[in-house]
Write a protein that binds this ligand. Structure first.
Ligand SMILES: Nc1ncnc2c1ncn2[C@@H]1O[C@H](COP(=O)(O)OP(=O)(O)OP(=O)(O)O)[C@@H](O)[C@H]1O
Ligand code: SF4
Ligand SMILES: [Mg+2]
Length: 331
């Protein structure tokens, strides 16, 4: 695996990924041609409403899909190596933890209930930093301190159920830091955190990007968080990509009706709750997804062709991609 990757080079390249799940009710067409490139030193946001395929995209990358999943096409290249062709043993030994680490959506189910927080972080420290017992313990306390947990010695000996959701999330982050990986996949990492802690957490991530050139794939449904932390954004809808651009370009010049809906659904400081614009309708079920453009039942610009033909992702300006037949008309 090449280590000759510099800031700005592609680190993770997800190409035309197609994924289905077999269920009793039928086949869930969860991902329909997903393309995402995360560059070295970049924070790449993935945004979309519930069920659009954010988590399954990241789980595919680490080979952690449920047994009923079927990959129907595409590649996931990490440093040029296709992770979809790697066996579980190699993924565990060579990729998970040391190259790519992940903070899962729900920290309480990701931490092991029978080990203390300190013991769990120590496991990563021993593998990736030092197997000297005394030194490992000191490194764990350093990691707990780095994520601003008050009284690291006390937290070290606590079991997950003795910690609040926010503290559990920080323990997860400390475990991730102990791995010294090159890519972090963070799936809704701030859902269990209150607003001030969330701001500190985003600061920690930005610091890691700057000090270590850490690349981050940051999954969220929160446009405000995206604007705060990301360099580049991919907008997903119903297992497809709607739009992708540099974060400033996306907020200044959104071209997909769905992106515009997401941006308008973020409450502005002066608006009252009644004035929030939300996107009408609900997210589609992916057993029988809408034909053509999957957004058409909710789109005010939709016409006949939108039901018949899936819009291709088109580069409308340098590094700004949109999948919409009528992006030129969208205001
Ligand atoms: N094991 C499974 N079997 C069947 N369908 C599944 C399975 N796992 C995920 N799905 C379906 O795949 C689609 C994408 O799910 P995913 O968890 O990636 O959504 P998400 O964008 O992360 O949503 P959220 O914001 O709620 O976390 C959904 O329709 C979901 O129901
Ligand atoms: S392709 Fe049609 S339905 Fe889809 S977003 Fe564009 S206008 Fe709306
Ligand atoms: Mg999810």
């Amino acid at each position: 695996m090449s280590s000759d990757i510099h800031v700005g080079d592609p680190l993770l390249v997800i190409e035309d990924l197609k994924l289905e799940f077999k269920t009793e009710e039928g086949t869930v067409k969860a991902l329909d041609g997903i393309n995402i490139t995360v560059k070295k030193g970049e924070i790449h946001g993935v945004i979309g409403e519930t069920g659009c395929g954010k988590s399954v995209t990241s789980l595919t990358t680490l080979g952690l899909l449920d047994n009923n999943a079927r990959i129907r096409g595409g590649e996931v290249l990490y440093k040029g190596v296709n992770l979809l062709k790697m066996n579980d043993e190699d993924l565990r030994q060579k990729i998970r933890g040391n190259e790519i680490s992940m903070i899962f959506q729900n920290p309480s189910t990701s931490l092991n209930p029978v080990y203390t927080a300190g013991e769990q972080i120590k496991e990563s420290v021993v593998i990736y930093q030092s197997d000297d017992k005394k030194e490992a313990q000191k490194l764990v306390l350093d990691e707990l301190d780095r994520v601003k947990l008050p009284d690291p010695e006390d937290v070290y000996d606590k079991y997950p159920h003795e910690l609040s959701g926010g503290m559990q999330q920080r323990v997860m982050i400390a475990m991730m830091l102990a791995c010294n990986s090159n890519l972090l996949i963070a799936d809704e990492p701030t859902t269990a955190l209150d607003v001030s802690i969330q701001a500190q957490f985003l600061k920690i991530l930005r610091g890691l990007k700057e000090s270590r050139d850490l690349s981050i794939l940051y999954i969220t449904h929160d446009m405000a968080v995206i604007s705060e932390i990301c360099d580049v954004v991919t907008v997903m809808y119903g297992g497809q990509i709607a739009e992708k651009a540099d974060v400033h370009e996306l907020f200044k010049n959104p071209k997909h009706p769905y992106t515009i809906g997401l941006i308008h659904s973020v409450p502005g400081v002066m608006e009252s709750i009644e004035e929030f614009e939300t996107i009408p309708g609900t997210v589609p079920r992916l057993i029988n997804p809408p034909s053509g453009c999957r957004f058409h039942p909710r789109c005010e610009y939709a016409r006949e062709i939108c039901k018949e033909k899936k819009p291709e992702l088109e580069e409308i300006e340098k590094d700004h991609f949109v999948a919409c037949h009528f992006w030129e008309e969208v205001e």
